[in-house]
Design a protein around this ligand. Structure first.
Ligand SMILES: Nc1nc2c(ncn2[C@@H]2O[C@H](COP(=O)(O)OP(=O)(O)OP(=O)(O)O)[C@@H](O)[C@H]2O)c(=O)[nH]1
Ligand SMILES: [Mg+2]
Length: 479
């Protein structure tokens, strides 16, 4: 997400580094680079023009704040402008109502409507405690009904058995009647897509929307973020034809540029309400312009990270582990549980990017896949250990090493390597517990039960560990 933009922005800011104060000449080169970066990210040219104008005006008008260097001031201005362009605050679907909330999901072919409908149902039922009904109303592609029902079943979500021989507006009417009779709060209607914006599609969606108008529906258009300006144009057409209440950007996990995210709100006036960040049902985020601006500028997004951690981490398991740690016990099983918790949060790079300053570091490190591969290798080694060995790794001697190596498809040297790393980690855990007793865990404020993060393999500086000191906010990577 926003990778290219982050990189270009950080290069642009270097121009102001070490300058005494902000002046027209000082920021000229930086602004030029910011402009190019935005255009290359496929941001709408009108948005870029206005953006640059606003940043320049504020930067030059900025009163000199004592103690804040020009680079930081400039970054703050860019941050606030980025957030403003994207919408300032998060807007969710409006559920503050007594009657049933219909949510109509529209968009072109293959943009992620059905996937999003499933994700939204999970989000609203889990986080907002709503009783949700999923309604397949794609009468063009009968398989779409099965697709939605399969998703619904996988989440134990209720779904409506639509009669696909009817017009979608009648399906919507039937579904709402069913919802009323069955005490539902929210009805999510997944509609058909088309290859292009065409009259037939718009006509049909218009009719469905009109049939719902008395109920004040949410009309969310799902757009593939990777399509950039095309997504902006399509959103414009849909908004003009049917009146959208929100946009959802899908496939943000694959979009490195961010042009759609930065343009849609400004061009159409329609807020982006959610972003879809993967194929799994839990991969949905609220669209927080200010936090995303922070992510673009490598300021991290600790708030989202903490929220994610709170959602994905089994608090009881984490607390149990902390208790054991306090007693000085840290086993291979504990380590494995920690790895699983971290895995639930997302890919390593997506987690690290949410930590201030890590974006830049990640760019220097480049590819994280060796670290991910190492984690996978450790996993198979651990899987080949017996329960007793996982409880006490010291049991693992020569013959057992041989057995584990054969069982996990690794060499004996690799198993030994894992054991020696684990030994170091155990030692570090002891040290960390001492520190915590003395007040607070270093580097991870507010993160519940993440004692193993300092042991993330393959982080920068890791290979030097044997001789060198710990480096960086992660305790330098143990391996
Ligand atoms: N990586 C990634 N893939 C996604 C995301 N959302 C959807 N997809 C994938 O995109 C493809 C299309 O998604 P659907 O939800 O079927 O799209 P749709 O808009 O309902 O498609 P039609 O009903 O055919 O118009 C599927 O393979 C999804 O798994 C996302 O956020 N990230
Ligand atoms: Mg679909």
């Amino acid at each position: 997400m926003f990778d290219t933009l982050s990189e270009k922005f950080s290069e642009a800011f270097k121009n102001i580094q070490g300058k005494g104060k902000i002046s027209e000449t000082n920021i000229e080169q930086a602004l030029k680079q910011v402009r190019t970066a935005l255009l290359e990210a496929d941001v709408n040219f009108k948005v870029v023009k206005e953006f640059i104008g606003n940043v320049k005006e504020q930067a030059l008008g900025e009163k000199v704040i004592k103690g804040v260097n020009p680079e930081e001031q400039f970054i703050k201005i860019v941050h606030d402008e980025l957030a403003k362009v994207m919408g300032v605050a998060n807007e969710e679907v409006n559920l503050d109502r007594k009657d049933i909330a219909p949510i109509l999901v529209v968009g072109l072919n293959g943009q992620g409507k059905t996937t999003f409908s499933g994700k939204l149902s999970l989000h609203l039922s889990k986080k907002k405690k709503k009783n949700v009904l999923l309604v397949p109303a794609d009468t063009f592609r009968p398989a779409a009904k099965d697709q939605l029902i399969t998703l619904a079943k996988s989440m134990q979500m209720d779904w409506f058995d639509s009669d696909l021989s009817k017009h979608p507006k009648d399906i919507a009417t039937d579904a709402l009647k069913f919802a009323e009779e069955n005490g539902k709060d929210v009805v999510i209607i997944d509609t058909a897509g088309r290859l292009h914006v065409d009259e037939e599609l718009m006509g049909q969606i218009k009719e469905v929307r009109e049939s719902l108008n008395d109920r004040n529906p949410e009309v969310l258009m799902v757009a593939d973020a990777m399509t950039g300006q095309e997504a902006v144009n399509v959103a414009k057409s849909f908004h003009e034809a049917v009146g959208l209440t929100g946009v959802v950007l899908s496939k943000m996990d694959s979009d490195a540029r961010g042009g759609a995210a930065l343009s849609i709100r400004h061009v159409t006036g329609v807020p982006i309400k959610y972003i879809s960040t993967g194929e799994k049902m839990k991969d949905l985020e609220l669209f927080h312009p200010d936090r995303l601006a922070g992510r673009i500028l490598d300021m991290g997004d600790v708030l989202s990270l903490v929220e994610k951690a709170e959602e994905s981490i089994d608090k009881d398991a984490a607390e149990g582990m902390m208790k054991r740690l306090e007693k000085g016990k840290f086993t291979v099983d504990d380590f494995m549980k920690q790895m699983d918790m971290i895995k639930n949060l997302g890919s390593m790079s997506s987690i690290l990017k949410m930590i201030p300053g890590m974006g830049n570091m990640l760019r220097q490190v480049g590819d994280l896949s060796p670290a991910e591969a190492e984690m996978k290798r450790m996993r198979v080694i651990i899987d080949s250990m017996t329960k007793a060995e996982r409880d006490d790794y010291k049991l693992v001697k020569e013959s057992r090493i041989k057995r584990i190596a054969t069982g996990s498809g690794n060499t004996e040297a690799q198993v030994k390597d894992f054991l020696s790393k684990f030994r170091q980690m155990e030692k570090m855990m002891g040290g960390m517990m001492q520190m915590m007793k003395g007040g607070g865990m270093p580097g991870m404020p507010g993160m519940p039960g993440m004692p193993g993060m300092g042991g993330m393999p393959g982080m920068p500086g890791g290979k030097k560990k044997k001789k060198g000191k710990r480096k960086g906010p992660w305790g330098g990577g143990f391996f």
